[in-house]
Write a protein that binds this ligand. Structure first.
Ligand code: ADP
Ligand code: MG
Length: 245
């Protein structure tokens, strides 16, 4: 579904991504782990064109977002990135819109579906994330866990084929992480393809079919969670896991 090869990204002298190569298959749940500053967010943001890379290729379902460092035309980029939804650490909800309006604004602007269909789906998705009763609330009046569940529902409104999560529970009080992880587990059960940057090793073990360990702009190793957590091959992975588990 996604093919990433030899991705490179620098900020001035600082090489943030060095020859990152990996594939995402349909129905994969990939957990990306690694220390702060290792390039996890930059990698994720590159996939959806929130960052421009300096070299390498990204193809989604066979269509190149960027090939050998050369980006496709804006119209094509838009079409490719529209297959992906992203959920951020800090929710990024529109504060002046209600929960329901947050879900509906992008599809309304896209004008692909009828208003009735958009409203039907926002109702359905709010129910799915357990927030039907908060449809008319404003983000400021929600808990962090509720905000993140709204953000997930909002991403789902665009019918993404792939969901990207960048530390979706890192800004939450510990008692609120469970409700967000549960929604993500439900999505995985429904075979949503997901890439999840996370510090939640329990989630990675239980839900992911592949874990990628990044350090210093590189994928040091990747594999099935049982393998990577139980038998890490590299000292850097071992040291990180010893600190995190
Ligand atoms: P992670 O998500 O793993 O914590 P990031 O992808 O956010 O790592 O950052 C990787 C490196 O890139 C860090 O050293 C960070 O300081 C640097 N970096 C990220 N964004 C920028 C930016 N806009 N300008 C300069 N350096 C940046
Ligand atoms: Mg990050």
């Amino acid at each position: 579904m996604i093919e990433v090869s030899n991705l490179k990204k620098s900020y001035g002298e600082l090489e943030v991504l060095k020859q990152i190569t990996f594939d995402v298959n349909k129905n994969d749940v990939i957990a990306v782990i690694g220390p702060s500053g290792s390039g996890k967010s930059t990698m994720l943001r590159s996939l959806i064109h929130l960052e421009e890379i300096n070299g390498g290729s990204i193809a989604v379902s066979g269509h190149y977002l960027v090939m050998d460092g050369v980006y496709s035309k804006p119209q094509e980029i838009k079409q490719i990135t529209s297959k992906m939804g992203m959920v951020f650490q800090h929710f990024n909800l529109f504060p002046h819109l209600t929960v329901k309006e947050n879900l509906e604004i992008a599809p309304k602007m896209a004008k692909v579906e009828s208003l009735a269909e958009i409203q039907r789906r926002s109702t359905e998705l709010l129910e799915k994330v357990g927030l039907s009763d908060r449809a008319q609330a404003y983000p400021a009046n929600l808990s962090g866990g509720q905000k993140q569940r709204v953000a997930i529902a909002r991403a789902l409104m665009m019918n993404p084929e792939i969901l990207l999560f960048d530390e979706p529970t890192s800004a939450l009080d510990p008692e609120l992480t469970g409700e967000v992880l549960q929604v993500m587990k439900d999505l995985a059960k429904e075979h949503m393809t997901m890439i999840v940057v996370t510090h939640e090793m329990g989630f990675a073990k239980e839900v992911a079919n592949k874990v990628m360990f990044m350090d210093n702009g590189e994928i040091i190793e990747s594999g099935h969670p049982n393998e990577l957590f139980m038998n890490p091959k590299f000292d850097r992975t071992k040291a990180f896991l010893n600190r995190s588990l």
